[in-house]
Structures are given as structure tokens and as C-alpha cells.
Write a protein that binds this ligand. Sequence first.
Ligand SMILES: Nc1ncnc2c1ncn2[C@@H]1O[C@H](COP(=O)(O)OP(=O)(O)OP(=O)(O)O)[C@@H](O)[C@H]1O
Ligand SMILES: [Mg+2]
Length: 388
Amino acid sequence: MQKKIVLLGSGELGKEFVIAAQRIGQTVIAVDSYANAPAMQVAHGFEVINMLDGDALDAVIAKHKPDFIVPEIEAIRTERFYDYEKQGITVVPSAKAANFTMNRKAIRDLAAKDLGLRTANYRYATSADELQKAVAEVGMPCVVKPLMSSSGKGQSTIKTQDDIEKAWKYAVEGSRGDVVEVIVEAFVNFNSEITLLTVTQNNNPTLFCSPIGHRQERGDYQESWQPANVTDAALAEAQDMARKVTEALGGAGIFGVEFFLTDEGVYFSELSPRPHDTGMVTLAGTQNFNEFELHLRAILSLPIAEITLEKAGASAVILATDTSDSPTFTGVEKIAALPKTDFRLFGKPTTRPYRRMGVALVSDSVDTPVEGIIEKAKAAAALVTVNK
Ligand SMILES: Nc1ncnc2c1ncn2[C@@H]1O[C@H](COP(=O)(O)OP(=O)(O)OP(=O)(O)O)[C@@H](O)[C@H]1O
Ligand SMILES: [Mg+2]
């Protein structure tokens, strides 16, 4: 049961995962592109490499010979994961899951074409001219996203013909890959959006967490809450889709499956084969196990009998406003003094505008209406200021 884990990506989600692993005696080497990243601060060892560099990645894996490779981000040379699997290393949840979700095309075609899940109507484009044609086909308004990007980078909405050229340029700037290609999706006029945390297990059934609602701005989540208000019919539809897509990707671990809820039914949007940022709400103690503990247990093949909702809760992000290489916080005693409130400060060594530096967590008894809890979490987060 004493396993060695190489964690690829060392942000706040990785940090909570490492803490969960440390609590049951696992060994973790945390990797990222810069030193002193949050998860490195709590791991046994660390490596600083460019994870898109396949040879650098190979060297780290050869050096540490882990039992598990746990990706925390998408921007990794995931093609190499298939080799690691052949070497007998378990890539979490699977090489296929990590590789398919690195590129929006692979996961979208799998969901829409192979599995027949309902998604926004979509096309791909590799030039401004192709984008013109694609927009004509899906109609306006529509959303343009680089195939390789996350956290809303390079993403914009086209409302009029004049926006198309701008959207192409913006996508090129925000793209992470060497080849620039975009997906154009019809704008889904959703009533709400949810993350359905889905846990696949090696020898036990797939389990679902209570749905998490969230609000996005600039492509990043601002508040998340659990439970989200979802009808039984919509929840059943989302669970069915989540089961299909996680089964197709394979492996054991937690997945954050994103959906749009509309009057016409549930739309599959995308998924993370790992803990989801909106799932930080589970750090408020909303469940018997938080999303990081669930991920770890599934990876280690420790049976999870059930996932129970213990409280209603909300999280609200604490963002930086400036660039700094020695950030400090004020207002921490104020948030600390609030009842039913907790917080995390991630320990990121530098800031830039809108960088997520911490999170406020509020919970209450499970029947409490979540709207009031969200307001409390927002107010709590607003008490903390990140200084230059
Ligand atoms: N087709 C669409 N219609 C309406 N809104 C959309 C559409 N696609 C994306 N959005 C909005 O933009 C947000 C971010 O989109 P998406 O999740 O695809 O991007 P991302 O960059 O992968 O974000 P992250 O990595 O943070 O999850 C969505 O949560 C949703 O609010
Ligand atoms: Mg998303």
C-alpha cells in the first residue's frame, strides 16, 4: 500500500491531493514548471521541468520510477503516457483519458460522434477563412476556443460578422499548441451549469457526487456550490452521460464532468479526468470525502462504499489584482472570525491579475438554501486582499 506517485502539475488542486496522500502515508514527487509551486511545498520531493517537453518528462519518470502518474493539468506531453502505461506505470485515470482531454477535438468527437451525447453544434477551423465558414454553419452567437487551452484562454464569443477576425486573432494568442486550431460552438443559452464529480473505481461501481453549481467569469470559476439545484430528470441524464464518457476513457479516479442545463435538456460540455476547480467546494466539508480524497482512494483501489452529502456549502475565489513576486494578504483575521467559514491560501510565490490565490469556504446544515451560503462565501472572500 506504500506507493510512489509523480504528480504532474503542482497548483492548489495538486496541493490538496498531496495532503490527502500524505495523510495515508504515500510518497509524492511534485512536478511543475516553476519552483516552490503549492503542491511542492507539501510533497516529499519536486522536479522543475517543462512538462510539454517529452524528453524532460521521460527523464523524470525514469529517475523516480513511480507506481502512479497523476496529472493535475492538461498542458503535458500526454502522448508519452501510452509508453508509461506499457512500462507498467498506472497513468491516472488512464493514458487515454489524459491524452483525449488535452485536446478539445478528441474529447468532443468521442462524446458527440462516438457516444452520441448531446453537445452544442460545433465545427473546427485552422484559419480565419475556415472560421468564417464554420461560423456560417453553426450560426451566431457562437463561442470560439483554441483546441489546446484552458481557463478560458483565447476564448471569445462571436455575436456579429465583425467579431470573427478578432476572435481568430485572440484564439491564436491564447493557444498552447504548436498548431493553431479552434473549435466553434453554438452558444448554449443555459439556465445553469454544473460539474458532476464522477468517481470510477477498479473493482467497485461508479459513484456520483451531488452536483456542483458554478458561475464563470473570463473563463474561470468565481463561486461554486453544492448541492446545485437540478431536477431528478436532468440529474439522471447527466449521470448517464458521465457514466458513458468516463467508461469510454477508462481507469479509476475522479472526473469533473461539465454540463449545461437548458429547457431542452442537458448538454455535455467538457470534462477533467482529475479533481475539478469547482470541486474545491468539497473542502468546506460538504461530503464524507472531499474530491481529493476520493481521487486518491480510487487510484489506490481502496473501495469507496458511498459518497454522502453532509452539508450544503459554497466556495468563492480570492484573486490577485496585480503582479507581484512577494504577495501578502490582509483581512485574514476577518475571514477567520466568521462562523461556518474556512479558507485556503495556496502559497503561490507570485501573482498576476486575476491569479487565484485562495478560496473562501462556507458551509451549513444540509437543508440550508444554498443561495444564502453563496452570498456568505462571496462576502468572506471579499474580506481578503492580495497585496503587491
Ligand atoms: N458553447 C457555449 N455556450 C455557452 N457558454 C459556453 C460555451 N462554451 C463555454 N461556455 C462558457 O465558458 C466557460 C468555459 O468554457 P470551457 O469549460 O469549455 O473552457 P475551459 O477553458 O476549458 O475552462 P476550464 O478549463 O476552466 O474548465 C463555460 O464554463 C461556460 O460558462
Ligand atoms: Mg470548463
